[in-house]
Design a protein around this ligand. Structure first.
Ligand code: PRP
Ligand code: URA
Length: 204
């Protein structure tokens, strides 16, 4: 697990936590964090050589060996993905619609649309919140069922309970986070967290 260790990430996460942050700024900050999380998550991505000409000479540069797929867990993951795509604009996108049942806290999958060749390259699975871990585990298992073997989870805030559930179920999935919080409350919300990420991104 990697928790981004940078003062500016701390400043951005603090803005998200603040209940006075308006929806337009909340969205902007989630997008910025998506970019920073993707930057870190792709640190070890495989590259190939690429020859280019500068105005001065030939140069050997790099290109990604395989195009990553960005997979968004709806709704709140849609706040992160514009930032992720800003670094890898050619990436394909998949969507998984998941909603937590408020009583059982278990996720219900109501939609999935993935590129047919999603298993051919790395997958960046995006959801700002990892609470009980139920949604992330269900998403990883759906992706595994489509053959995906190289999945990285990108999240803004995680609870220790969610980290434990995801890493015990899928130790092969690296986690890249902006903050690791204290615990869950009785309703399954992350403490201190930021509240309901989907509601704050979409103003619902
Ligand atoms: C939130 C969040 C995660 C999930 C995390 O989504 O975006 O998907 O809860 O909780 P878990 O780790 O306990 O599964 P929610 O189900 O509220 O749907 P929304 O994004 O549509 O608001
Ligand atoms: N989902 C959220 O959006 N926030 C939490 O704290 C837990 C689950």
């Amino acid at each position: 697990m990697t928790v981004l260790d940078h003062p500016l990430v701390g400043v951005l996460v603090t803005e998200l936590r603040d209940e006075r942050t308006p929806v337009e700024r909340f969205r902007e900050v989630v997008e910025q964090l998506g970019r920073l999380l993707a930057y870190e998550a792709l640190r070890e991505v495989r590259v190939r050589e690429k020859a280019v000409r500068t105005p001065v000479a030939g140069a050997t540069g790099t290109r990604l060996a395989a195009s990553p797929t960005v997979v968004c867990i709806l709704r709140a993951g849609a706040g992160l993905t514009p930032g992720v795509l800003s670094l890898i604009p050619g990436a394909r996108m998949g969507h998984l619609g998941m909603a937590r049942d408020e009583a059982t806290l278990e996720p219900r999958t109501y939609y999935d649309k993935l590129p047919p060749d999603v298993a051919d390259g790395p997958v960046l699975l995006c959801d700002p919140m990892l609470a009980t871990g139920g949604s992330a585990v269900a998403a990883v298992e759906l992706l595994a069922g489509r053959g995906c073997r190289d999945v990285t989870f990108l999240g803004v805030i995680a609870a220790p309970e969610g980290v434990k559930r995801l890493t015990e179920a899928h130790p092969e999935v690296p986690l890249v986070l902006a903050a690791l919080d204290e615990r869950l409350d009785g309703r399954g919300y992350i403490v201190p967290g930021l509240g309901d990420a989907g509601d704050r991104i979409f103003g619902t």
